[in-house]
Design a protein around this ligand. Structure first.
Ligand code: PGA
Length: 250
């Protein structure tokens, strides 16, 4: 059986002070959790403050992005070795905000996935369709295309030791959640798509749902057969809400 993972994506929110308060609250509350993995992904500049508190606890830390290059003249970028140096266990790649606001293509995301995998950090690989794509009936096609970009560069075993986050773009930060049935159907599709390459990995890979998941809807979503946790934006910024979602994953 797959252990659920609940990961908070703090995006570009918080101050040094509020971030310390949040991580202290999460670490404290997570002590009593069982049977669920917990991670938080702070803004880069706060990662050191967060790992100082979370290090050695059952709360893992991840980055929200990574550079495709390993080092050199890439002003403003952060390499995977730097992320590793600060004790991160996860790195989000291909979040829809990176894809849509910063023009990251499927190929760029696949390159990022590769640098993360090669470093031994666990990628949280985000995929999902826009509203237009859903209404056009091409949700599965879009998810398959995003996944196939990784298969073409990484081969059939690409998703070993990886996490996938299915995040319908229309559900992110909008308060509109995919219904448990809608989400389950895409999650099942994703797992079958991976199984065509490697059935063992498909059974093992954690597929998280993301998009307005909160304490009120988390239990039903995570209760679906192929939903193995959540990638939480807005609700991860409040200690109680985030911990309530983590509890729903237990
Ligand atoms: P949300 O964000 O929970 O605020 O919708 C999820 C995400 O973007 O990862």
């Amino acid at each position: 059986m797959r252990t659920p993972l609940v990961a908070g994506n703090w995006k570009m929110n918080g101050s040094r002070e509020s971030v310390k308060e949040l991580i202290n609250g999460v670490v404290e509350g997570a002590k009593s959790l069982n049977g669920v993995e917990v991670a938080v992904c702070p803004p880069f500049i706060y990662i050191a403050d967060v790992t100082a508190v979370a290090g050695g606890t059952n709360v893992s830390v991840g980055s929200q992005d990574v550079c495709t290059e390993l080092k050199g003249a890439f002003t403003g970028e952060t390499s995977i070795d730097m992320i590793k140096d600060f004790g991160c266990q996860y790195a989000i790649v291909g979040h829809s905000e990176r894809r849509t606001l910063y023009g990251e293509t499927d190929d760029v995301v696949a390159e990022k996935f590769a640098v993360v995998k090669n470093s031994g950090i666990i990628p949280i690989f985000c995929i999902g369709e826009t509203l237009e794509e859903r209404e056009g009936g091409i949700t599965e096609e879009v998810c398959a295309r995003q996944i196939d970009a990784v298969f073409s560069s990484q081969g059939d075993d690409a998703f070993a030791d990886s996490v996938i986050a299915y995040e319908p773009v229309w559900a992110i930060g909008t308060g509109k959640t995919a219904s448990p049935e809608q989400a389950q159907s895409v999650h099942a599709f994703i797992r079958q798509h991976i199984a065509k390459r490697n059935a063992v990995i498909a059974e093992k890979v954690q597929i998280l749902y993301g998009g307005s998941m909160n304490p009120a809807n988390a239990k039903e979503l995570i209760g679906q057969t192929d939903i193995d946790g959540g990638l939480i934006g807005g609700a991860s910024l409040k200690t109680e809400d985030f911990l309530a979602v983590c509890q729903a994953g237990q």
